[in-house]
Design a protein around this ligand. Structure first.
Ligand code: NAD
Length: 361
């Protein structure tokens, strides 16, 4: 089986965590005798520095010619003063949109070894297993018109547009319902339909779809309540489906339930299951270059890549099991370090997972 994975390390800790993800990918390649070819490209601030564009045409072309994309993270203070269209984060939004990656799957799984690292009491988070399905290429992050204008009073105003069409809601709803069918058959749709018209439609479309999925029990929740429920009674959730901005915020909250944002992987898929895989966190400029970032979100994103884009669930499970075994041995990066555990660096953590994959057959 010859497959190609296009790797975009990005900025700050991006290259550090991506090296560890690629180590693990290569270990699976070797273990299962696959022929996965890895090619590298530029995105974000490094692409801007090298080519004048945070998402160069070559990057989009190479991504389209691959079976999956693995991305680190982009952005950082070095590029904060760039004009808006040239910011590294804009490069990320552009590649997501160009590849039509409308469904962002964020599994929030509690490794039992990390219960002590969570900000919640153990009784609240044991057995936590939530899937957040976030709409990724619409909503307020992309809505037009947007910008700044001068009001008649002479005051400056910034504005954005929140809109969702029926088809945009339906296609992400389908992914969420189908995911719920394979899991606990409970879907919670999160909106703000008491205030926002775009999310009144969101609620209507998701509700109408429930007739097609009679086995799935559907509930609705306002986003403010969902944020509270995630930290007060997270185990009530199975699959959550929500729009772009609400999903962005709720998944960061959920990350902390698992111990660290460095533990949360993601898969962004189009309708053909072509996907881009990336950790949920940013480029963490505050810890870049120190070999202390947690690479596990990236490594777990590689597992999702095998599961969703390469159709190899066994390889995905092998990686997830290897991560569990490394945590069993007590290895922790600084963000998840607790009493009686062993501090390891980014590269030591990646190597430990790689070694585990080599020895456990
Ligand atoms: P961040 O996620 O980069 O960092 C938030 C906090 O989490 C920091 O204290 C950081 O040290 C810590 N952290 C993040 N990842 C970690 C890891 N793997 N291991 C240990 N600790 C980790 O968010 P931020 O500080 O708001 O943003 C920094 C830059 O990243 C900004 O330029 C932002 O725009 C960008 N960003 C990029 C993405 C992306 O590429 N997908 C996502 C969010 C933010």
């Amino acid at each position: 089986m010859t497959k190609s994975v296009y790797v975009l390390p990005g900025d700050n800790i991006g290259p550090e965590i991506i090296s560890e993800g690629v180590k693990v990918l290569e270990a699976v390649n070797e273990r299962l005798d696959l022929e996965i070819k890895v090619r590298y490209g530029l995105i974000g601030g490094r692409a801007l520095d090298a080519t004048g564009d945070p998402c160069p045409p070559e990057t989009l072309m190479e991504a389209r010619n691959s079976d999956a994309v693995l991305l680190g993270a982009v952005g950082g203070p070095k590029w904060d003063d760039c004009e808006r269209e040239m910011r590294p984060e804009k490069g990320l939004l552009r590649i997501r949109q160009a590849l039509n990656l409308f469904a962002n799957l964020r599994p929030v799984i509690m490794f039992p070894q990390l219960v002590a690292a969570s900000s919640l009491k153990p009784s609240f988070i044991e057995d936590l297993d939530i899937l957040i399905v976030r709409e990724l290429v619409g909503g307020i992050y992309f809505g037009e018109p947007r910008g700044f204008r001068i009001l008649e009073s002479g005051e400056k105003e910034g504005f954005n547009t929140l809109k969702y069409s029926e088809s945009e809601i339906r296609r992400v709803g389908k992914i969420a319902y189908e995911a719920a069918m394979k899991r606990g058959k409970r879907l919670c749709s999160v909106d703000k339909s008491n205030v926002l018209e775009a999310t009144i439609l969101w609620r209507q479309v998701i509700s109408d779809m429930s007739a097609e999925y009679p086995d799935v029990s559907l509930s609705h929740m306002y986003v403010d309540n969902a944020a509270m429920q995630l930290v007060s009674k997270p185990s009530q959730f199975d699959v959550i489906v929500t729009g772009n901005m609400f999903g962005d915020i709720l998944s960061d909250i959920s990350a902390m339930l698992t111990g660290s944002i460095g533990m949360l992987p993601s898969a962004s898929l189009n309708e053909k299951a072509f996907g881009m895989y990336e950790p949920c966190h940013g480029s963490a400029p505050d810890i870049a270059g120190q070999n202390i970032a947690n690479p596990l979100a990236t490594i777990l994103s590689v597992a999702l890549l095998f599961r969703y884009s390469l159709g190899m669930p066994d390889a995905a499970v092998a990686i997830e099991d290897a991560v569990g075994k490394v945590l069993d041995r007590g290895f922790r990066t600084r963000d998840i370090l607790t009493d009686d555990t062993i501090l390891v660096s980014t590269s030591e953590m990646g190597s430990a997972v790689m070694e585990e994959l080599k020895v456990t057959k």
